[in-house]
Design a binder for this molecule. Structure first.
Ligand code: APR
Length: 186
């Protein structure tokens, strides 16, 4: 399922983010930047040691106390088809009234801004925070898609494609419904 915003195709696909041939894939990391489970683990396994080496360098230089929730950094894609990995840290879902939505929106916004700053034109996102961090996927989908759509409306001519890569069929259908709802409400 896709939506066209300005020059950009916003696409929903079901699949594995480590196989996406784009300028950058986004990693749902943790603040240590030193790897973990879920999509973080999959990206480091598929991308190889160069990604972790650059994450360690970031920890020794610009991010000595780790990456704060909502912010983003970029490394090589290593052995991945993607040229780069943008690492961002999603919020852990607590109650929904602890600023989770704003922090999740910041992950998408800051990752897109970083991609633009680095001259990248195709980006693929996983469903940030909806795994180990327990963010309800129905709510996360609306935050993710509305944030991406607002960013693309403000920068309609930069990106060629922004892709949401959903790992499960259920998540794919949730995002499909959320996109249809957002397109209707204009
Ligand atoms: N491709 C695409 N999506 C994937 C993949 C994959 N290969 N593997 C998992 N996912 C999906 C999950 O199904 C979930 O929908 O990514 C989404 C995010 O789940 P997590 O990876 O658990 O990330 P998150 O909920 O943000 O928790 C982050 O988990 O892996 C650790 O180090 C990470 O501590 C951090 C925490």
């Amino acid at each position: 399922m896709t939506s066209i915003i300005g020059h950009t195709q916003l696409a929903l696909v079901q699949g594995d983010i480590t196989t996406q041939d784009v300028d950058a894939i986004v990693n749902a990391a943790n603040s240590s930047l030193l790897g973990g489970g879920g999509v973080d683990g999959a990206i480091h396994r598929a991308g190889g040691p160069d990604i972790l080496a650059e994450c360690r360098q970031l920890r020794e230089t610009s991010h000595t106390s780790g990456l704060p929730t909502g912010q983003a950094v970029i490394t090589t894609g290593g052995r991945l088809p993607a040229r780069h990995v943008i690492h961002t840290v999603g919020p852990v879902w607590l109650s929904g009234s602890r600023g989770e939505a704003e922090l999740l929106a910041a992950c998408y916004r800051n990752s897109l801004q970083l991609a633009m700053d680095r001259g990248l034109h195709t980006v693929a996102f996983p469903s940030i925070s909806t795994g180990i961090y327990s963010y309800p996927v129905e709510q996360a989908a609306r935050v993710a898609l509305s944030t991406i759509m607002a960013f693309l409306k403000a920068q309609p001519d930069w990106f060629d494609e922004v892709r949401m890569v959903l790992y499960s069929r259920y998540d794919f259908e949730v995002y499909q419904a959320a996109l249809a709802e957002l397109q209707q409400s204009g």
